[in-house]
Write a protein of this length. Structure first.
Ligand SMILES: [Zn+2]
Length: 271
């Protein structure tokens, strides 16, 4: 499963003091049963109109229909609340312990919190699209933990007023929002570690891309930064993607096709 040339490289890498950057996307969490936004689960109906996640998970929609956007988010969150880390997540937690905080950085597009649940630490885990574990107030900017006593709601449930009160900002009592990057918003450092993630890309000696296809802006920028620096890239994915094709064309790394829950634990043994 792991080519000899990669085994040799990883052994040398493990014995060096070089830094590794891991970039993960929906593919790693799909193996824990979390549906991707691009699947049919993400679609939503308001009135007679069908919305895609790209249309509903927006700041524009939240300002117009905050409660409807919340119901969409809670429906999605219900799937994530039951999910458990899989062997791919666990392998990344093992690698953070083995390499240490100076040599390990994890950048994730996933908002499900499974990396932290598996044992990766917040200082080394940049959630560039935010996290469902927190909510925030757009009025005063405060970030708060997601109210754990909020019930489970699906799209057809009516949410009582006392439940909505749990989503009110304790500082200014405005309705808070999911602490995630909406599709019509841009990254920043304060909420999404934008600069820290790019900084990590500039300084890394190895990039490992897991279960992501290069469809969004910052992951693509990270990939291009490492590519231009001439550093090796390992891509783990079920299918071909912009990332796997680029590695093949430039011959600058390795493409490993298959489930990250099977490949990452094996890969980790060579570091
Ligand atoms: Zn507030």
């Amino acid at each position: 499963m792991i080519p000899n040339s990669l085994q040799t490289f990883l052994k040398q890498f493990g014995e060096s003091q070089q830094k590794a950057l891991f970039l993960t996307g929906a593919g790693i969490s799909a193996e824990s049963g979390i549906p991707t936004f691009r699947g049919s689960e993400g679609y939503w109906t308001i009135g007679s109109k069908n919305y895609t996640p790209m249309e509903i998970a927006t700041n524009y929609m939240f300002r117009q229909f905050p409660e409807k956007v919340w119901r969409w988010a809670l429906h999605y969150f219900n799937n994530a609340r039951h999910a458990q880390p899989n062997p791919g997540h666990q392998a990344l937690a093992t690698l953070e312990k083995r390499l240490g905080s100076q040599r390990f950085t994890l950048v994730t597009q996933n908002v499900d919190g499974l990396h932290l649940l598996a044992g990766n630490t917040p200082p080394n885990t940049y959630c560039i699209h935010g996290t469902l574990s927190h909510v925030r107030c757009d009025d005063c900017g405060e970030v708060h933990p997601f109210p754990q006593d909020l019930g489970y709601y699906t799209k057809n449930d009516i949410m009582p007023d006392e439940e909505w009160d749990k989503l009110a900002c304790p500082e200014c009592s405005e309705l808070m929002r999911p602490h995630v990057l909406f599709f019509d918003e841009y990254y920043n450092e304060a909420y999404y570690k934008y600069e820290s993630a790019l900084e990590a890309a500039f300084h890394t000696d190895l990039l490992v891309v897991v279960g992501t296809t290069g469809a969004t802006n910052l992951p693509l920028l990270i990939f291009e930064t490492v590519l231009k620096a001439g550093k090796p890239i390992i891509a783990i994915n079920l299918d071909n993607s912009t990332f796997t094709q680029t590695i093949d064309i430039y011959q600058q790394g390795w493409v490993l096709k298959g489930k990250s829950g099977e490949i990452l634990p094996t890969l980790a043994t060579f570091f």
